[in-house]
Design a protein around this ligand. Structure first.
Ligand code: GLY
Length: 388
């Protein structure tokens, strides 16, 4: 690679990595800057690929992108497994979303009606059928939604595989923090790293997860409106004598909060997640752990028998409409791939495809059109200045 690559990706989480991998596979000389590639929110995420069970009112546009990425997952996994030589922990296990009381049941019934209106595949089951599928469920379960198409992947394995695939595709890693975007004559030309090195590139992609709004030097009007949304997550181990503890992802809304249990084939059981607007705080709190265990215990009482192996908090990159920002930023030479909020793992394949196509000079793919950063317009302060 010459000193100036075609593409410089700022951020080595799964979104930055998949962007770099796809760019390199298209023949672009690609570099990535991050002090610890493969880290970030993927180290905490449970890895649910839950386009249908995580559907929310008002997010039907996002649903289309989520479904498209879910559809691409099997091919993406096959390609990345081949390219990296690593197992990704992809499990086509399905999901069961259950109700524990009359309020939860009404909530789930509404979700089911919305899913049906959107033409999605979800089957309502009475409580006894839920327990037949998952015998560890609490006897009081009042019914549930069986969604066989909502699967899971191990995000830590996904991140590690993307690092390897990038290395094999010739992506150059700069293991240092990007401090400032460098702009010359209204065009992004690279970044200055924390050690003072100037890293130049033909195009820069800002894929910094929840940190994406904090890179110095980005003109105010193109700073992505992302914010950190804290999630606390637990990991437990299912000993051989308890296996299979659960055979699919089990989730519920308990007292208004989401709780989910994601069983991996290797015996790990991931329990998540809180959703807290606390800025940059990543403290694991007694209250967070208590709430997750209390709610998970109501759902699956036997969970208290299992060893608790890890507690951790991460930061989702929240955006104003919970959907990602993909594509041109408004500043020449700078593209964005950020703001994936609850769906970063699910949206990894489609994000890689969209960004790869754009970086190679192609048109913005149809599926990405609703998600360009321009949808949020210029910041209000700038609009006021313009009209003054
Ligand atoms: N998608 C799961 C979460 O963000 O907690």
């Amino acid at each position: 690679m010459s000193n100036t690559p075609d593409v410089l990706v700022v951020g080595g989480g799964i979104i930055g990595l998949v962007t770099a991998w796809r760019a390199a596979r298209r023949g672009l000389a690609t570099a990535l800057v991050d002090p610890a590639p493969g880290g970030g929110a993927a180290q905490v995420a449970a890895g649910m690929l839950a386009a249908v069970t995580e559907l929310h009112y008002g997010e039907e546009t996002l649903l289309a992108l989520n479904l498209e990425s879910a559809r691409r997952y099997p091919g993406f996994v096959a390609e990345l497994t081949e390219a990296s030589g690593r197992d990704l922990g992809y499990r086509r296990c399905g999901t069961l979303a259950v109700a524990l009381d009359a309020d939860d049941r009404a909530h789930l019934r509404e979700l089911h009606a919305l899913q049906q209106r959107c033409g999605l595949d979800a089957q309502w089951l009475p409580g006894r059928e839920c327990r037949r599928l998952e015998p560890m469920l609490a006897p009081g379960v009042r019914g549930g939604l069986r969604v066989d198409g909502d699967h899971q992947i191990d995000p830590r394995r996904l991140a590690a595989a993307l690092v390897t695939a990038c290395e094999r595709a010739g992506v150059v890693f700069h293991r240092v923090r990007a401090e400032r975007l460098d702009v010359v004559r209204d065009r992004a030309v690279g970044v200055t790293a924390a050690d003072g090195t100037a890293l130049t590139a033909g195009q820069v992609v800002l894929a910094g997860g929840s940190l994406s709004g904090r890179l110095a030097g980005v003109p105010r009007e193109v700073v992505p409106p992302v914010r950190p949304v804290k999630g606390q997550v637990l990991r437990l181990a299912v000993p051989e004598r308890h296996a299979p503890f659960l055979s699919r992802t089990v989730r519920a809304v308990v007292r208004g909060g989401q709780v989910y249990l994601v069983p991996r084939e290797n015996g790990e059981l991931v329990v998540g997640a809180t959703s807290e607007e606390l800025g940059w705080d990543t403290t694991v709190t007694a209250g967070g752990v208590y709430e997750l265990l209390r709610d998970a215990h109501e759902l699956v009482p036997g969970i208290t028998e299992l060893p608790l192996t890890e507690t951790r908090a991460g930061l989702r990159p929240g955006s104003p409409d919970n959907a990602p920002l993909l594509g041109p930023s408004g500043l020449d030479g700078l593209l964005l791939a950020t703001g994936h909020h609850r769906n970063g793992v699910l949206l990894t394949p489609v994000t890689g495809d969209v960004m790869g196509q754009l970086l190679a000079g192609g048109p913005l793919p149809e599926e990405a059109r609703p998600f360009t950063p321009g949808r949020f317009g210029a910041p209000r302060t700038q609009q006021l200045e313009q009209t003054a």
